[in-house]
Write a protein that binds this ligand. Structure first.
Ligand SMILES: Nc1nc2c(ncn2[C@@H]2O[C@H](COP(=O)(O)OP(=O)(O)O)[C@@H](O)[C@H]2O)c(=O)[nH]1
Ligand SMILES: [Mg+2]
Length: 461
């Protein structure tokens, strides 16, 4: 794989998990491989179904001894609940495209890192995704498809820019690598608009079959709340499309299901202004049908007419209430501009913030308030937005030690396949039986990890 096709190539190198854990993980992997190798052999005593449950864990188990693991949190929600805006608020910059009409089609991975290690966000689009998107653009540009494209744009005027790019000379896919917030937002918007145009104009063709093979682009983003780079791996936050009211039902569900399946944990965003609707039920069902922790955010509380709606946190797991747009506007003012960032960009952030804080007379406030006063107001709005609570309760603790969180998850999944007590009754296991060895190595790892991460609120099982 070429360097530019590999998103991990731009992640900063991080400290691996402690050496003895890596060594123990290596022997755990060996034990698991032995259980699988002996499965089906005459006299094998594995509990029924063990190989089938263990086999899917083998890729992760073979990766684990490297000591650098991803911990994935998928952000799921009905469309327009504010997923992209909420992630932007967490990142303190307007990085992921967001707007009134539906935007996100392709999931996008975000890897937060310390501001010191990467000066500006870097987007990498995997080679296979570039090829897939370019092929779709070529198909859309064929003269035979023009009427369908024109009809799609009449229905969704926000896709006019995507149509215009098709009629230029030489249809090009997205670049492998893009640096800088604004350029990244533009590339992601172009990719998502093109895919939406393809889904709308070529709905009768096999576009849907191709879509799930597109790999998510990945952005490595410096964030103000990380002082040092993560340890033991990387936190990956995944922005997903919502079940979409502007596309036929179920069209993007496969993307969402795929990301829910790959995630360790889910961040479920609901809309305080539109509770109890079908889209919310669909997403909640998807999220709760898998046995994964769910953290819930009720967003847009600034717009909720009914304070009872605004104050309700859903029944699943823990949660917070947010006003993501307000949080993002405040964070954009508070983020220290990197050296060389032009002054007019800072004042654009201040104007955008004042618009959210004083919708009716923001221009007056822009005239009379000093920069320091605006920052003070932004600080207060940031605190009230609920985004700091989301950072405190869910994100920063995982971002510090993503490897340990991923390890805890892996070990608990192995527990369910490697428990000797689950052996078929009446066939006691010999002490050297593979599954017993696997279970005891797993237990040793749990005990060692528990003592190493005693200050981290991880449940080791
Ligand atoms: N008033 C208000 N608007 C919001 C909030 N969060 C998002 N929005 C707006 O809702 C629209 C859709 O947001 P977006 O993040 O694209 O939603 P997504 O489809 O879930 O990713 C955008 O116009 C956002 O500016 C919020 O907390 N309050
Ligand atoms: Mg979105």
């Amino acid at each position: 794989m070429s360097e530019t096709a590999n998103p991990r190539a731009v992640r900063p190198r991080v400290m691996p998990l402690p050496h003895d854990l890596c060594w123990m993980l290596s022997s755990l992997h060996t034990a698991a491989a032995k259980v699988l190798a002996s499965a089906g052999a005459a006299g094998a005593t594995s509990p029924a179904g063990t190989p089938d449950r263990l086999r899917p864990l083998l890729p992760e188990l073979s990766e684990a001894p490297s000591g650098r693991l991803d911990y994935r949190i998928a952000v799921v929600a009905p469309m327009k609940a504010g997923k992209s805006t909420l992630l932007n608020a967490v990142l303190s910059r307007e990085l992921l495209p967001s707007r009134g009409p539906a935007m996100t089609v392709l999931p996008t991975c975000v890897v937060p890192v310390a501001a010191e290690s990467v000066p500006e966000p870097v987007l990498t689009v995997p080679g296979s995704t570039i090829e897939g998107v370019t092929a779709l653009a070529h198909r859309l540009a064929r003269p035979g498809h023009r009427p369908a494209v024109a009809t799609a744009v009449r229905r969704h005027p926000q896709l006019a820019a995507a149509e215009a790019r098709l009629s230029g000379t030489g249809v090009a896919g997205p670049p492998h690598r893009t640096v800088g917030t604004r350029a990244i937002r533009a590339v992601l918007a172009e990719v998502n608009d093109l895919l939406r145009l393809a889904l709308t104009a070529l709905a009768h063709e096999d576009v849907l079959v191709q879509l799930p093979s597109l790999q998510p682009p990945e952005v490595v983003v410096p964030v103000p709340w990380m002082v040092t780079d993560p340890a033991g791996g990387w936190l990956v936050l995944v922005d997903t499309p919502g079940p979409d009211e502007e596309l036929p039902p179920g069209m993007l569900d496969r993307f969402v299901r795929q990301e829910i399946h790959r995630a360790h944990e889910l961040l479920l965003v609901t809309d305080a202004t539109r509770r109890d609707n079908e889209a919310e039920h669909t997403v909640t069902r998807m999220a709760t049908s898998v046995q994964k922790p769910v953290f819930t955010v009720v967003n847009r509380v600034d717009l909720a007419d009914d304070p009872r709606n605004a104050s309700s946190t859903p029944s699943q797991g823990s949660g917070v209430r947010t006003a993501a747009r307000q949080g993002l506007a405040a964070a954009s003012v508070l983020r220290r501009p990197p050296d060389g960032e032009r002054r007019h960009e800072a004042s654009a952030a201040e104007r955008a913030f004042l618009r959210t804080a004083f919708p009716l007379d923001w221009e007056h406030h822009a005239d009379v308030l000093s920069g320091a006063e605006i920052r003070n107001l932004a600080r207060r709005q940031w605190e009230q937005s609920g985004v700091p609570a989301l950072l405190d309760q869910l994100i920063t603790v995982r971002a510090r030690n993503p490897g340990a969180w991923a390890l805890a998850d892996l070990l608990s999944r192995i527990a369910s396949v490697g428990d000797p007590a689950a052996a078929v009754s009446g066939r006691p296991l010999a002490p050297r039986d593979g599954i017993t060895v696997l279970a005891s190595r797993r237990q040793q790892l749990v005990e060692r990890a528990r003592s190493l991460y005693v200050r981290t609120p991880i449940t080791w099982r």
